[in-house]
Design a protein around this ligand. Structure first.
Ligand code: NAP
Length: 255
């Protein structure tokens, strides 16, 4: 049990829960007493995550769901509510990185794919989560943006556009739903040591030493540090926090 939060009796929905920050956040929600719907496009990692959490005695539901397909998102959210009876918290986290590219050379397929997952995926998740939350007149949603939602980096225009878009979605929907008892915020991770970043380092798309030096705290972040920020934003302790894009980045955007 996580002594900092008690989400007993509440239900959380997490996308991209098979890996990295999604898995860490799903685990943190479960350790705080919530029933958790784990969703991911990758059935294998999803299955492993579900086994890990079920083995630890937590109440979880594993649902394969590609967030770029709105029908799959709608079905996953509906199945969560059918299984657990309600939906209180969501972390719309699933996302992909694309190779760095000169803005003059990027193929349209890459732009469309990163938008379909990172931006339209968050849009679809919020849409279907809100249909249940507005009926309950309560809930908390955290969308996953990035330091890439707050600043630009050469070669990263498409990815950063999606993450800036997530903040726009978050702010507008937050204003719309705050009067109805639903808080919507975004988290903006810096460079976090997850399989996504390990993959970028292995492909030569990111230099680990440089990434560490770029964050004033001089190290990469950990997935559990993002999970703790998401849990706080989801908790009553953040009851007056609406429409923020919270950097959790070792100081990257403070410079
Ligand atoms: P990760 O380790 O790659 O985990 C992401 C998970 O989402 C993977 O299991 C992935 O499956 C899944 N996924 C990919 N596309 C999906 C889709 N269309 N539908 C459903 N699930 C999908 O990545 P992470 O580092 O934890 O990143 C999580 C989020 O944080 C992403 O939105 C990312 O953009 C954002 N972020 C990451 C960092 C960082 O430094 N790591 C920094 C800022 C923001 P596959 O493995 O099959 O792709």
């Amino acid at each position: 049990m996580n002594p900092a939060y008690d989400f007993t009796g509440q239900v959380a929905f997490v996308t991209g829960a098979g890996s990295g920050m999604g898995l860490a956040t799903a685990r943190a929600f479960a350790e705080s007493g919530a029933a958790v719907a784990l969703t991911d496009a990758d059935a294998e990692s999803l299955d492993a995550a579900a086994q890990q959490l079920t083995g630890a005695g937590h109440q979880v539901l594993a649902l394969t769901c590609d967030v770029s397909d709105e029908d799959q998102v709608a079905a996953a959210v509906d199945r969560t509510v059918a299984a657990f009876g309600r939906l209180d918290m969501a972390f719309n986290n699933a996302g992909i990185q694309v190779p760095p590219c000169d803005a003059a050379d990027e193929p349209v397929e890459v732009f469309d794919r990163v938008n379909a997952v990172n931006l339209r995926g968050v849009w679809a998740c919020m849409k279907h989560e809100l249909r249940h939350m507005r009926a309950q007149a309560g809930g908390a949603i955290v969308n996953c943006s990035s330091l890439g939602g707050l600043v630009g980096i050469p070669g990263r225009a498409s990815y950063h556009a999606t993450k800036h878009g997530v903040i726009g979605l978050t702010k507008s929907a937050a204003l719309e739903y705050a009067p109805r008892g639903i808080r919507i915020n975004a988290v903006c991770p810096g460079t976090i040591d997850t399989p996504m970043v390990t993959g970028m380092i292995a492909k030569g798309e990111l230099d680990r030493a440089q990434a560490e030096a770029d964050q004033p705290i001089n190290r990469l972040g950990r997935a559990d540090e993002i999970a703790q920020a998401v849990l706080w934003l989801s908790s009553p302790g953040a009851g007056f926090v609406v429409g923020v894009a919270l950097p959790v980045d070792g100081g990257y955007v403070a410079r």
